[in-house]
Design a protein around this ligand. Structure first.
Ligand code: ADP
Ligand code: ADP
Ligand code: ZN
Length: 214
């Protein structure tokens, strides 16, 4: 199964993508996590990406596509994947469609996790992330068992640099301008499914499973 997660920054794409990955035995591929891992390791890609990410801007398509196309060649992608944070522009979506088409393949679903902008700012201010393993928490809605510590790997939880309110607003603008048009794009392809992302985490997941098991 090949799935794309759509939705504003902080809509809950990552939270749901991890649950989908566990349920269906496919890898969760987050371009944001891959960029952050590269920044942490100080790679050339990381240095380039950081300049854009810190400002709340998108990393250029050429860099992003190179990274994701390489990721697709890994063995664990044989049975599909759930993509979180990619594609984010029409150019990226078209490149993905074309690359799959070359192999006689196509995406199965694009799931839009729909959350209004007003709720996003709240969610982002409470988000805590583990850079070591990509674990994501919320101080109120999804707290870790031990404050400041990742349940999954024991790593230290941090506030992402781009989750400060000013940058969140900028990322929302970038989302509306560059990423939201993908909703129409995938609707046109007949694979769009929209879920109400303001529900509780477990309820959102039940709605998604209903689509995927249909
Ligand atoms: P969120 O899910 O909260 O929006 P992500 O972790 O997906 O955050 O992305 C963080 C940042 O990484 C983005 O603001 C952008 O700078 C960069 N990024 C991630 N994925 C892409 C992509 N597909 N294209 C361009 N930039 C990306
Ligand atoms: P995205 O990947 O779309 O940027 P995340 O999955 O990282 O979003 O979620 C953003 C923040 O909101 C995190 O702190 C997460 O724990 C929290 N969150 C995710 N889904 C929900 C939900 N349905 N209700 C309340 N909080 C949520
Ligand atoms: Zn962790």
């Amino acid at each position: 199964m090949k799935i794309v997660m759509l939705g504003a920054p902080g809509a809950g794409k990552g939270t749901q993508a991890k649950m989908i990955a566990a349920e269906y035995g496919i890898p969760h591929i987050s371009t944001g996590d891959i960029f952050r891992a590269n920044i942490k390791e100080g790679t050339e890609l990381g240095v380039k990406a950081k300049a854009y990410m810190d400002q709340g801007l998108l990393v250029p398509d050429s860099l992003t596509l190179e990274l994701i196309m390489d990721r697709f060649t890994k063995d664990d992608c044989a049975n599909g994947y759930v993509l979180d944070g990619f594609p984010r522009t029409i150019a990226q979506a078209e490149a993905l469609t074309a690359s799959l088409k070359e192999q006689g393949d196509a995406l199965d679903y694009a799931i839009d996790v729909d959350v209004p902008d007003e709720s996003i700012v709240n969610r982002m201010s409470g988000r805590r992330a583990c850079i070591a393993c990509g674990g994501t928490y919320h101080i109120v809605f999804n707290p870790p068992k031990k404050e400041g510590i990742c349940d999954l790997c024991g790593g230290e939880l941090t506030i992402r640099k781009d989750d400060v309110p000013e940058t969140v607003q900028k990322r929302l603008n970038v989302y509306h301008e560059q990423t939201q048009p993908l909703i129409d794009y995938y609707n046109g392809e007949g694979i769009l499914r929209t879920v109400d992302g303001t529900q509780e985490v477990a309820e959102v997941f039940e709605s998604i499973k209903a689509f995927l098991n249909a």
